[in-house]
Design a protein around this ligand. Structure first.
Ligand code: BGC
Length: 763
């Protein structure tokens, strides 16, 4: 009787909230003012029990366990019971309108308060129709294209009932041994920040309550990309200057772009597991940057506080994480088990739980889920949007833009479209699975266009294919370790024989899609298995080799770089991979990609990155050994950050610098002329770097501070002007203050981080 009375009061309250919500939406085109949303949340929080508030902080995985160990005690039954009680705020890895609708129905219609669920999914570079892996997309330096790609991903994901993606990953990394470099934007903070913004905008659009926009999640907060020795889930020790200047700006850019959620990570930062870091989550993110969304833990990372030796048990882990500002527990069962008791015992303040629940509820309001919890559940839309022709066209466009031409001697590329006898060699050339990468939980196996299929479109050439060697053994999968053939070289002879009688050899070599990504750290980043042997054997009989790389990280390919005349970086380019590569090889698309990450000569050089500090002994001016170098290898990378060729040539000249602005806010204008001097129309990424020559904190030898992607017809010249303001000229000091120091600055402009054109100004 008591419950019935309470229940009807609640229904009336929720009903009133719904009416306010609907009427406000009609008049404001779905953008509800913050104070109204806050009032609605106040009313809701006022009628929630502590268990229900903690329930909002609980995120459960769906029915299959793919990305991490499942903590003991979990069962689908328990999850269902909790759903019915309103003890679940969100689910992950559920997709498809039918599944989402059913779970949402339980939450909305069977729980006491009927609060809708969030449905999260790793929509990293598409749902079913896959775009290139994020590192590859970043090689396009094409912010509009990257935004569009995230838009297409959001359109497919929302059509499948998903309203929250665990992307973009904005971790800066300088270590290609770390498998997750494939998921980010590379090594550079400036480029990474621009890309973070583009991706957030693509996912969230201008109005989050639309049926085809989804909440984004900037991850992994923070410094996961600096995992010691490139080993997954590891310790991170970096100084505050690196944290503030290098690691955090892409997160800040995401927050400034109104990203709704942030995910913390598995690593420690200077001794503290970041899931328990108050400094990161409260001092910087919530208090410093006024982030109003919520922080989700990474998979069971709250439990991992115990394994790190930072919390003695789950109770302490729950306390540390919640006090530090982790608002939602991903598949860890820790909050749901411990938090209400911690509050009742007076160990954790209820205001912290209210704050976390408020943040989570706010995102649900903003997504329009209180207005219509089934707004992402439209079967027809699902049918029409997922895998549509226009989505495929979009990912093909992105794939072409992501390709980087690393080397092209004797103009071996583009290939003739007719009359050539081409040998196509390499297991990866016919692989329809690997180009999908490792984050493709909702895409069907073997659905990528292979290079073989892409090249066969060009019918007037004779193409003969042989794989040469088996590289990857057994069935590949997201959760298992990949096996590599290191012994059976029996197929090499057939490849050599074929190469002998061919005009050109196209060899597709590299890593499998499941060799990079989460938990795919490698100590060697050479070509796996016997591929190097195969390459050298073919080279013995035919030097006209075009090497197409397929990989999720920079590889050490020094021999190839010295000997093979043409090298194309073809990454893992997603569903349309083979068409994109073939169109570049045949010159139907003139490549314009630039490396977002340095290629080392060997692993001993790692971490190698262009924006390093000078050292006190930067050169061998004394002509002896006492300078900063290796005695067995040069300091220079194999391919530098920003490098990428075109089938045409670009000349840079007339660099000029002009200063204006007020003394408290200086503006420096840098202009340069670029001319297309080659034989093709083409695109170029014009890059601007600066060096602050003398500063109170040592500054990098070069830092990207501007870029523009331009298109030039044959013979055309364009003048590009960049503006440098305090934002570009300043830096964070050790105290965390952003300062701009007077003095001399060098400016470099060109088509990569190694440029000859430079000038100087004094601030
Ligand atoms: C990864 C996250 C991912 C999560 C959910 C974790 O293992 O680190 O990036 O979003 O799983 O799948």
């Amino acid at each position: 009787m008591k419950y019935q009375l309470k229940h009807s009061v609640l229904l009336v309250t929720v009903f009133i909230l719904a009416i306010i919500s609907c009427s406000t939406k009609k008049h404001t085109l779905s953008i509800v003012p913050d104070d109204i949303v806050d009032k609605k949340i106040d009313s809701l929080l006022a009628i929630m029990t502590i268990e229900e508030k903690v329930g909002q902080m609980n995120l459960y995985n769906g029915f299959w366990d793919v990305t991490g160990p499942v903590p003991k005690g979990s069962s689908s039954n328990l999850k269902y019971e909790h759903l019915k009680k309103g003890y679940v705020g969100a689910m992950l890895n559920i997709r498809g309108v039918e599944h989402v609708r059913e779970l949402q129905r339980i939450a909305v219609e069977e729980s006491r308060l009927g609060i809708p669920l969030l449905f999260g999914f790793d929509v990293i570079h598409g749902l079913k129709t896959l775009s290139p892996i994020p590192l590859a997309e970043s090689a396009s330096w094409d912010l509009q294209a990257i935004e569009n790609s995230a838009r297409v991903a959001a359109i497919e994901a929302s059509a499948a009932g998903i309203n929250w993606t665990f992307a973009p990953m904005v971790d800066i990394s300088r270590d290609p041994r770390w498998g997750r470099v494939m998921e980010g934007a590379g090594e550079d903070t400036y480029l990474g920040s621009k890309i973070a913004k583009a991706r957030v905008k693509g996912f969230q659009g201008n109005d989050l309550s639309k049926n085809n926009t989804i909440a984004a999640c900037a991850k992994h907060f923070a410094a996961y990309g600096f995992s010691e020795s490139g080993k997954e889930y590891n310790t991170v020790s970096i100084d505050n200057v690196t944290l503030l200047n290098t690691v955090l700006p892409p997160f800040k850019a995401a927050v400034d772009s109104d990203v709704k959620t942030v995910m913390n990570s598995f690593n420690t930062l200077n001794g503290i597991p970041v899931t328990a870091s108050k400094y990161l989550q409260r001092t910087i993110l919530k208090d410093g940057w006024n982030f109003e969304g919520f922080v989700v833990s990474d998979w069971a990372s709250i439990n991992e506080l115990i394994f790190w030796g930072h919390a003695k048990d789950k109770k302490e882990a729950a306390k540390l994480a919640s006090v530090a500002g982790s608002d939602m527990d991903m598949e860890g069962y820790v909050y749901i088990r411990e938090l209400a008791n911690l509050v009742n015992e007076g160990i954790v303040e209820e205001s912290l739980i209210n704050d976390a629940a408020r943040r989570i509820l706010k995102v649900k309001f903003e997504l329009g889920l209180f207005e219509d919890p089934y707004r992402y559940c439209n079967e027809e839309n699902q049918k029409e949007m997922i895998g549509s022709e226009s989505n495929n066209e979009a990912v093909l466009d992105m794939a072409k833009k992501s390709i980087v031409l690393l080397k092209n001697e004797k103009n071996l590329l583009p290939l003739n479209k007719a009359g050539q006898k081409i040998a196509l060699i390499g297991e990866l050339a016919s692989d329809k699975n690997s180009p999908l990468g490792s984050w493709r939980l909702a895409s069907d196996d073997n659905t990528a266009v292979s290079v073989l299929e892409g090249m066969k479109v060009y019918k007037d050439n004779s193409i003969t294919y042989t794989k040469g060697v088996d590289v990857f053994l057994g069935k590949t999968s997201f959760i298992s370790e990949l096996k590599i053939n290191n012994t059976d070289n029996s197929g090499i002879k057939e490849a050599v024989d074929l190469a002998k009688t061919s005009d050109v050899v196209v060899m597709v070599l590299g890593e499998h899609g499941f060799q990079s990504g989460e938990a795919r750290s490698r100590t060697s980043i050479d070509l796996p298995g016997l591929q190097q042997k195969l390459l050298e054997a073919v080279y013995e009989v035919n030097k006209n080799i075009v090497l197409v790389l397929q990989n999720g990280r920079p590889l050490t390919i020094e021999w190839a770089s010295e000997n093979i005349p043409a090298i194309v970086e073809g990454w893992q380019l997603g569903t349309q991979s083979g068409h994109a590569i073939a169109q570049v090889l045949y010159g139907d698309y003139n490549p314009s990609g630039k490396l977002p990450m340095t290629f080392p000569r060997n692993v001993g050089q790692i971490p190698i990155y262009y924006n390093h500090k000078s050292t006190g002994r930067p050169n061998n001016s004394q002509n002896n050994v006492f300078w900063s170098h290796y005695s067995d290898k040069e300091n220079t990378p194999l391919y530098q950050f920003g490098h990428g060729l075109s089938y045409t040539d670009f000349k840079y000249k007339n660099l000029s610098i002009e200063q204006n602005g007020t003394s408290s806010n200086k503006k420096v204008k840098v202009s340069v002329d670029i001319t297309n001097t080659g034989k093709y129309d083409g695109k170029e990424v014009v890059q601007l770097y600066i060096r602050d020559l003398v500063a109170s904190i040592t500054r990098p030898v070069k830092e990207l501070k501007g870029f523009e992607l331009i298109e030039l017809q044959k013979g055309e010249t364009k003048t590009i002007t960049f503006e440098l303001t305090d934002n570009e000229l300043g830096f964070f000091n050790n105290k965390g203050d952003f300062i701009v120091e007077k003095g001399d600055f060098q400016v470099f402009v060109g088509g990569s981080s190694i440029t000859s054109l430079q000038d100087q100004f004094t601030l």
